[in-house]
Design a protein around this ligand. Structure first.
Ligand code: PLP
Length: 387
């Protein structure tokens, strides 16, 4: 049987673990005295949850952050024994497994405290109380905060839970000058004071995502939770590119052309024939499409580096395939093209794709599907590992 190494791949996402470690160290330095939680939800923003978490721990991440229970339990199953925080559960989920595994969990309402209290069999559940400081996503709204605190205090007194943290999430840290940040910070500080008035001295207080870790030191408290910056992507997009933040994009998405052909002037391309060759043109077939996570909104504009030049996807991006306008370039089936990478060798970046598709760099990397193999390299050494 052939192995992944025995033949050239159709497409791959190469992830540089040295870049991840560098970014984690950079974020640690930016966090000042606060502890660092590296957020690896959604398969490490598409980079691979377990390899990223391992690299982050190597670079000194104190905590790993996961959104859902399967992620947190997956980290434990992969051998991560350090602090893990998981914040998104629905009624009836197997919280007992998480409590048993020593995973810190979140509560936004008294009924969640009841579930967590019931989940702790041999040990109390470790709980972080979430206040909604203005984003209206998770968290208790300030009017309901005292009721949440009272339920938590009762469950703690009964030995069923341990209140480990108070936390919230910022809506606009990608715009550091937005007054919303100040308002949310004030609401958070007030919520801590209310908790203290009930005798709660939570060990961890956390609010800051990547934008706030990098630009709003007053929101750091004693724990920060950056996600996207870990992967070398700027939370501020093109407004403040990653290089200016000292971050290194970790992922490079490459493919090999499935075929190359010359078409005459007037040839229409892809579904709906939304692009027509203005003159005789060479087209390359990229074996990637929206089924792999390329945004269909980048049809007629997705940037790609081919033969050292910037070229553009023409026509609609299909489920499995896209057509690249190579103009008059010399090219052949099997040639490698780069859809995005760090940008240091002239290739497009995830930010470039985000701009064309009208989205954010987060979505470009996170949506890459399971059909694209991830290959791990360590640019500080030379080894590479398949997944
Ligand atoms: C609760 C929570 N904390 C931290 C993060 C990390 O955010 P970012 O990727 O913007 O750093 C996220 C991601 O959206 C999140 O949902």
């Amino acid at each position: 049987m052939s192995t992944p190494e025995s033949h050239p791949v159709r497409a791959e996402a190469v992830v540089d673990l040295a870049a991840i470690r560098h970014n984690v160290s950079t974020l640690r330095a930016r966090a000042g005295g606060a502890q660092l939680m590296t957020v690896v939800k959604a398969d490490g923003y598409g980079h691979g949850m377990v390899p990223v978490a391992r690299a982050a721990r190597e670079a000194g991440a104190d905590w790993i952050g996961a959104a859902v229970l399967e992620e947190a339990l997956g980290l434990r199953a992969a051998g991560d024994t350090g602090p893990i925080f998981c914040w998104l559960t629905t009624p009836g989920e197997p919280l007992a497994d998480a409590v048993e595994a020593g995973i810190d969990l979140s509560a936004s309402a008294p009924w969640e405290i009841d579930e967590l209290a019931a989940a702790g069999q041999d040990r109390p559940a470790r709980v972080h109380l979430k206040i909604d400081t203005g984003m209206s996503r998770g968290g208790a709204v300030p009017e309901e905060w005292p009721a949440l605190i009272r339920a938590a205090v009762r469950a703690q007194a009964a030995g069923r839970i341990e209140i480990k943290g108070i936390w919230s999430h910022l809506a606009s840290s990608d715009e550091p000058k937005s007054p919303v940040n100040e308002t949310q910070l004030a609401t958070f500080t007030e919520a801590i004071e209310v908790a203290e008035s009930f005798g709660i001295e939570a060990e961890f207080k956390h609010l800051a995502n990547s934008g706030a870790t990098l630009a709003l030191p007053e929101t750091h408290f004693n724990l920060v939770r950056p996600g996207v910056a870990t992967y070398g992507l700027s939370p501020f997009g093109h407004a403040l590119p990653s290089a200016e933040l000292g971050l290194i994009p970790a992922m490079t998405l490459k493919a090999r052309l499935a075929m190359v052909k010359r078409v005459p002037a007037g040839a229409g391309v892809s579904y709906g024939l939304t692009w027509t060759a203005p003159r005789p043109s060479t087209l390359g077939l990229i074996p990637l499409g929206y089924g792999d996570g390329l945004p269909r909104h980048a049809s007629n504009g997705g940037p790609v580096q081919a033969g050292g030049r910037r070229r553009t996807i023409v026509g609609r991006i299909c489920m499995d395939q896209s057509v690249l306008n190579l103009e008059d370039d010399e090219a052949a089936a099997g040639d490698e093209v780069v859809l995005f990478g760090p940008g240091t060798a002239g290739e497009p970046t995830a930010d470039d794709w985000a701009e064309v598709a009208g989205t954010i760099n987060y979505e470009i990397v996170t949506r890459l599907g399971a059909r694209i193999p991830r290959r791990y390299v360590d640019s500080s050494q030379t080894a590479s590992v398949e997944r």
